[in-house]
Design a binder for this molecule. Structure first.
Ligand code: GLV
Ligand code: MN
Ligand code: MN
Length: 430
C-alpha cells in the first residue's frame, strides 16, 4: 500500500464502468423518451429518485464505502482515511433532475466522484484524510420551490422550520410539505440535525458539466471554477378580474395574464439593459387561473430566476422591474405581490484548490482555464463552511436542462481523473 499522492497520469479511470453507470442511472425515470437524446425527469423523493438512491448505495457498498443518511436525505459515502478523525475531503453533486432534463447534470459529479474514489483505491492509494462522496437532496427547485435544499441545510443557510414547511409549487393543487414528504420517504429526525459541525470538511471539490458553451468553443478540456454566480428567485402574484371571455367587454377588463406578460417583458428588457454578459433572468413558470380558453385570467403566478456575479447589479435590475410593475399595476388596475424565495451571495473559490487543479492539469497536459459558474450548484453553500473549487467539463453546444444535453466520454474521464488526483492531494494535506 502506498501513501504517496496519486497523480492524474497513473490513475486508471474505468471509463466503461463509468459510462455504463451514467446510462444505468439515466434509466431511473418514467418520462417518455424523445427521438434524440435521453430525457430524465427525477423529482426529489419520487419513486424514481428513491430507486436511484438505492441503486447508488449498492454501488457505494460494493466499493466498501461507509454510508450515512441525514434527516433530509443527504447521503454521505465515506472512504475512511488512515487518520479518520481529521476533517474529510469532500466531493459530490446531485441526481435529481428537472422535468425533461438530460442525463449528465449532477450525475457526472456523483458517479465521477464514485469512480474517482474507486480509481484511487485500485491504484493502491491510502488517503490520510477520509474522502467522502456526498449526494445532495434536491439541488433542483422543482418540488419545493427552492434550489440546493440539502446543501443549504448542511451549511446552516436555511432555517430548519422554514424548510420543513416548504410546499411544492405543484400546479394549482395543494401539495405536501417537505416534512411530510421526507418522512414518507424514510428520512426521520429533526432538520436541525442536518447542519454540519464547523470544520467538518478540510476541502471540497465538485465535478460538473459546464452547462455553457465556453469550454467547447475554446476547445479546452477542463474549466476551473473560481466563482459561482449569485442566484435569486421571486414569486410574483398578479391579481386581476376574471370573467366570461365573450361577455366581459374589453374596456372593463383587468386581465391578469396581459399584466403578467408586460412584467415578463420588463424583466427581459431590464436585464438586457445592464449590457453585462453575467446578468441573466428567466421567467420559467406561469400559472394561469382559472386556465380555461373561454375565461379571462383572474390570477397569474410567475416564478422569476435572476442571477449575476454582482449581487448589487442583480438588485438594480429588480429595482427597475419593480418600477415597471407599479406602472403596470396602475394602468391595468391589477394587484401585484412579490415574494422573495431566496437571494444568495456569490461564492468565491479557494485560490489554493484552484491552483492545485491548475497544476494537476498542467503537469498532465490537460488544457484548462479558470471560469465563473453561471449555474448554481450545491458548492455555493458548501463554500460557506469549507474551501471549495469546482471542475467543469465541456458539454455539447453548452446545452443543459434538455434531453439533448451531452458530455463526451473522453471529457467525463478527463474530469474524473483530475478530480481523483485533486482529492488525493487534498487528502494528504496536513
Ligand atoms: C441548477 O440547476 C441551476 O439552475 O443553476
Ligand atoms: Mn440543473
Ligand atoms: Mn447541476
Amino acid at each position: 500500500m502506498r501513501t504517496v499522492t496519486a497523480s492524474a497520469k497513473e490513475l486508471k479511470v474505468n471509463s466503461v464502468r463509468l459510462i455504463q453507470e451514467l446510462e444505468a442511472l439515466a434509466r431511473f425515470t418514467s418520462v417518455e423518451q424523445p427521438e434524440q437524446g435521453t430525457a430524465v425527469t427525477r423529482v426529489v423523493f419520487s419513486e424514481d429518485d428513491l430507486h436511484a438512491r438505492e441503486w447508488l448505495k449498492q454501488r457505494a457498498r460494493d466499493a466498501g464505502l461507509l454510508i450515512r443518511e441525514d434527516a433530509v436525505g443527504n447521503t454521505f459515502f465515506r472512504w475512511q482515511g488512515t487518520e479518520p478523525d481529521l476533517p474529510a475531503v469532500g466531493t459530490g453533486s446531485h441526481i435529481d433532475a428537472i422535468p425533461h432534463a438530460g442525463m449528465y447534470d449532477g450525475t457526472v459529479g456523483v458517479l465521477g466522484g464514485l469512480e474517482a474514489i474507486r480509481a484511487l483505491q485500485e491504484c493502491g492509494f491510502a488517503p490520510r484524510r477520509s474522502i467522502e462522496l456526498l449526494l445532495f437532496t434536491s439541488e433542483e427547485p422543482t418540488r419545493f420551490g427552492i434550489g440546493c435544499l440539502g446543501s443549504r441545510l448542511l451549511a446552516g443557510a436555511l432555517d430548519p422550520d422554514r424548510a420543513d414547511n416548504l410546499r411544492g409549487a405543484e400546479r394549482g393543487q395543494e401539495s405536501d410539505t417537505l416534512s411530510e414528504v421526507r418522512l414518507a420517504a424514510g428520512f426521520q429526525g429533526p432538520l436541525s440535525s442536518v447542519r454540519l459541525k464547523p470544520g467538518y470538511y478540510h476541502a471540497w471539490v465538485e465535478l460538473h458539466i459546464e452547462q455553457g458553451p465556453l469550454l467547447e468553443r475554446a476547445e479546452i478540456a477542463v474549466g476551473i471554477v473560481n466563482a459561482i454566480a449569485a442566484p435569486a428567485s421571486y414569486r410574483l402574484e398578479v391579481g386581476g378580474l376574471g370573467g366570461h371571455a365573450g361577455a366581459l367587454l374589453m374596456p372593463d377588463r383587468r386581465d391578469a395574464l396581459c399584466a403578467a406578460a408586460e412584467i415578463v417583458l420588463s424583466i427581459e428588457r431590464n436585464t438586457k439593459a445592464t449590457n453585462a454578459i453575467d446578468t441573466v433572468a428567466t421567467v420559467g413558470t406561469c400559472d394561469v387561473y382559472p386556465g380555461a380558453v373561454n375565461s379571462v385570467p383572474s390570477h397569474v403566478t410567475l416564478q422569476v430566476d435572476i442571477r449575476d456575479i454582482d449581487p448589487k447589479r442583480r438588485e438594480a435590475v429588480m429595482g427597475a422591474v419593480r418600477r415597471d410593475i407599479d406602472e403596470v399595476a396602475f394602468s391595468r388596475q391589477v394587484k401585484v405581490t412579490e415574494t422573495l424565495v431566496n437571494a444568495d451571495e456569490p461564492a468565491i473559490c479557494s485560490e489554493h484548490i484552484v491552483a492545485m487543479i491548475a497544476q494537476e492539469c498542467r503537469e498532465h497536459g490537460i488544457s484548462a482555464k479558470e471560469m465563473v459558474s453561471r449555474a448554481y450548484h450545491d458548492s455555493l453553500f458548501i463554500a460557506r463552511i469549507a474551501p471549495i473549487a469546482m471542475i467543469f467539463i465541456p458539454c455539447r453546444a453548452g446545452v443543459s436542462h434538455r434531453p439533448d444535453e451531452y458530455a463526451a466520454p473522453d471529457d467525463i474521464v478527463n474530469g474524473t481523473r483530475v478530480l481523483a488526483a485533486t482529492l488525493a492531494r487534498l487528502a494528504m494535506e496536513q
